[in-house]
Ligand binder design. Structure first.
Ligand code: SF4
Ligand code: SF4
Length: 481
């Protein structure tokens, strides 16, 4: 059985069991049972939707601390393009890079630079593989995992190219070993400055790769105050930026697709919009689109739940940065990148496999019979999808019942029906009770005899004297009276 790592976890102390999160989850991975939320590990894609929606801040993303960078002799920061959209226009990329150095990183390699290399690698891949369409971006790990869980038939459409984060980590190690970081390979630590929990999970448990080239992840929200207090005092820093406007554009929705396939491309942001588009592809539509960028967060990576700025404001700031950088060419050596693509430098190392967690049983016959049971159970549920049972919909509750993880009485309507039936039965039984005994008639022998005598009377024609049955000694009954 696969063990899953997740950045997104529950702080059970803070959870009030309000059920707000269960309906927002794109893979129906949350249940509320016993007054607390629980995540079904194999279904969670670390999209962070539940972190955004929880009013009690009970869902959190686990990332590395800044102290962890000191476990390595040499430290390389890999800031996501989204980081550069978190600051005012008067804070240039050079200042942010210098601030990262001041915080304790020996080198900084912008993931925007890796994104430019991936842009060339992806274009080369598409040139060689024109027949299959549309190609779907592999850059957003939450979108890729969503497809593993909910759209396994579409996995073959995912472009088998590494993410800018992975490519940046590899390029950074090469660049800095050439520049003479005089330490062993294991003493160099690469840290992604992340806008989202899905990237944290992608580092700890990569898809399409056995081991990530990244050693750790630090949330943008964690490092932002440290950068902010340094850049405010910085003047005239220059010459540190390596990426161009194309790489920085990857931080917002549309930047990646425009860079790779400016013709027939589609850029989709927000995980629920991604689901809508994937359903369209499943129905055989969108075959005229060449490239589809899927970003789980609204606005793209700038909308990640580990950023600090409102995504709409961050989008404007990143666009303004891109415009200021003007029409400069990509910083990556395109000839080198095309050659590297031909040698497989950008290719995923392993196949992306489905996570068959939605199937009711691995045995087809059992799965069919469980599906029939599910449909039958569903017919008996009210169909309101209210979520008060702790499952996201009536169908999900029916599925949980068939899987044996819930009971019909978890549905408040079914529980009310059952309580009503029980109450009626109790009333009915109460009506059959014998009248209360007079004072002094409560010795066990007397009570039993009297009750049975009464019941016998009701049956008509029984001999009251014999009503005590086997236990009833008529003499004793009499004697008791
Ligand atoms: S939204 Fe979910 S995690 Fe947050 S308090 Fe409600 S049930 Fe708990
Ligand atoms: S992170 Fe996303 S997939 Fe995971 S439980 Fe939360 S909403 Fe569901």
């Amino acid at each position: 059985m696969t063990t899953y790592f997740h950045s997104v976890t529950l702080d059970a102390e803070k959870c009030k069991g309000c059920t707000n999160c269960i309906k927002r989850c794109p893979t129906e991975a949350i249940r509320v049972r016993g007054g607390k939320a629980a995540i079904i590990e194999e279904r969670c894609v670390d999209c962070g939707e539940c972190i955004r929606i929880c009013p009690n801040h009970a869902k959190i993303a686990v990332t590395d601390t800044l102290e962890r960078i000191h476990a390595f002799k040499k430290r390389i920061a890999l800031p996501a393009p989204a980081l550069f959209g978190q600051f005012d226009e008067d804070v240039p990329p050079d200042a942010i890079i210098q601030a990262l150095r001041d915080i304790g990183f020996d080198e900084v390699y912008e993931v925007a630079a890796g994104a430019e290399a991936v842009t060339v690698g992806s274009r080369e891949f598409m040139k060689q593989n024109r027949l299959r369409k549309p190609w779907i971006s592999s850059a957003c790990p939450a979108a890729v995992r969503l497809m593993q869980v909910r759209f396994p038939s579409l996995l073959e459409y995912i472009m088998p190219v590494e993410s800018p984060m992975e490519i940046s980590a590899r390029l950074a190690r090469k660049a800095f070993s050439r520049a003479g970081l005089k330490v062993g390979e294991g003493d160099v630590g690469t840290f992604f400055i992340s806008p989202c929990p899905a990237k944290v999970t992608a580092v700890k448990q990569p898809v399409g790769e056995d081991v990530s080239a990244v050693d750790g992840t630090i949330a943008i929200s964690l490092i932002y105050p440290e950068i902010l207090k340094r850049v405010s005092k910085m003047k005239g820093v220059s010459g540190l930026r390596r990426a161009s406007r194309v790489g920085y554009s990857w931080g917002r929705s549309g930047g990646e697709a425009l860079a790779i396939a400016p013709g027939k491309m589609l850029a989709v942001d927000g995980i629920h919009s991604c689901i809508t588009v994937l359903e369209e592809i499943e129905r055989g539509r969108l075959a005229d689109v060449e490239y589809i960028e899927l970003q789980a967060c609204v606005g793209g990576c700038i909308g990640g739940c580990l950023t600090v700025l409102n995504p709409f404001v961050a989008r404007v700031r990143l666009r303004s940065l891109v415009e200021r950088l003007g029409g400069e060419p990509m910083a990556v050596d395109e000839n080198w990148a095309a050659g590297a693509a031909a040698e497989g430098f950008f290719s995923l190392r392993s196949e992306i496999r489905p996570r068959s967690v939605m199937a009711l049983d691995s045995d087809v016959t059992k799965a069919i019979s469980k599906m029939q049971a599910l449909e039958e159970t569903l017919k008996g549920l009210p169909g309101l999808d209210c979520g008060s049972c702790g499952s996201p919909s009536c169908r999900a509750l029916a599925e949980d019942i068939v899987r044996g993880t819930a009971a019909e009485t978890d549905c408040t309507f079914k529980l009310r029906e059952r309580v009503q039936v029980l109450a009626e039965q109790v009333v009915d039984l109460a009506r059959r009770l014998p009248p209360p005994m007079a004072a002094g008639q409560h010795t066990p022998g007397a009570t039993q005899g009297a009750a049975q005598a009464d019941a016998g009377g009701a049956g008509g024609g029984s001999d009251p004297g014999n009503a005590g049955g086997n236990a009833g000694d008529p003499g004793k009954v009499k004697g008791a009276k």
